[in-house]
Design a protein around this ligand. Structure first.
Ligand SMILES: C[S@@+](CC[C@H](N)C(=O)[O-])C[C@H]1O[C@@H](n2cnc3c(N)ncnc32)[C@H](O)[C@@H]1O
Length: 237
């Protein structure tokens, strides 16, 4: 099974450093090719040579963190054009549930809608958000997923405040991010430049916004010096 270097999920380029070996350059090119063929998460899986079983566990971990139930209403904020997470969530919540895919990029949402229509899904909607507001009414969602998108939020404090009020009691906020070993101690601005965010910084921001994280950092995969992790947060009591 091929094991690649660390890659950024958003930009499909290697993480953590500027000097690349010939193999890394080749793998980076492979990654870019995959990026345009598959969704970012699937491309990462392929680049890391993940098995179907590892992929299944990755998805299952995210769904468990979201505490998905049939009939649940789930918002995926920063979906981009990838239907991957919405499709998994739509299946888990069933026809009585709903997935709301939110992004600030209308063109990405348009592409996403086309793919969703091809899949004939009736329980997935798209919504144009604002940079500081996901446009979710108060107490309207059972779970929120933000996968590799939080570090893009320019108004993360305002976004968290809106999400906090949109969550129903016992609702979950699951944020997935990645951090390479060499960037862990760097300032926030430097980390997000590399499309990364450390658990230390993200955890502090969640707590400052009134969330608690009962399980702490949950490792999704650690590979090539890069930790991909999630936080499953609740509104603090
Ligand atoms: C890396 S991409 C999406 C990755 C996708 N969630 C996945 O897991 O494959 C990050 C997305 O976040 C979106 N974004 C950035 N700021 C946002 C905001 N304030 N609200 C909603 N989406 C935002 C961008 O437009 C982009 O589509």
């Amino acid at each position: 099974m091929r094991r690649g270097p660390p890659y950024d999920s958003a930009c499909s380029r290697p993480l953590g450093g500027n000097s690349l070996s010939a193999i890394e350059v080749q793998q980076s090119q492979d990654m870019n090719r995959l990026r345009w063929t598959f969704s970012p998460l699937l491309a990462i899986s392929l680049a890391f040579g993940q098995t179907d079983e590892q992929d299944r566990r990755f998805v299952a971990h995210i769904q468990e963190a979201l505490a998905l139930k049939r009939g649940a209403v789930v918002a995926d904020i920063g979906t981009g054009e990838s239907p991957e997470q919405p499709l998994h969530i739509a299946k888990a919540v069933g026809d009585s549930g709903k997935v709301i895919c939110i992004d600030i990029d209308e063109r990405a949402l348009e592409k996403l809608r086309r793919t969703l229509n091809e899949n004939g899904l009736t329980n997935v909607q798209t919504r144009l958000g604002k940079p500081d507001d996901p446009m979710l009414p108060a107490h309207s969602v059972d779970a929120v997923l933000i996968a590799y998108a939080y570090h893009h939020f320019l108004e993360s404090g305002a976004m968290l405040a809106h999400i906090r009020s949109a969550l129903r009691p016992e609702g979950r906020l699951v944020i997935i991010e990645a951090i390479s070993e060499m960037n862990r101690g760097l300032p926030r601005e430097r980390q997000i430049k590399d499309h990364e965010l450390s658990p230390g910084i993200l955890g502090s921001e969640l707590k400052a916004a009134g969330f608690e994280i009962p399980n702490g950092v949950e490792v999704l995969v650690e590979n090539g010096g890069v930790l991909r992790y999630l936080f499953s947060a609740r509104v603090a009591k």
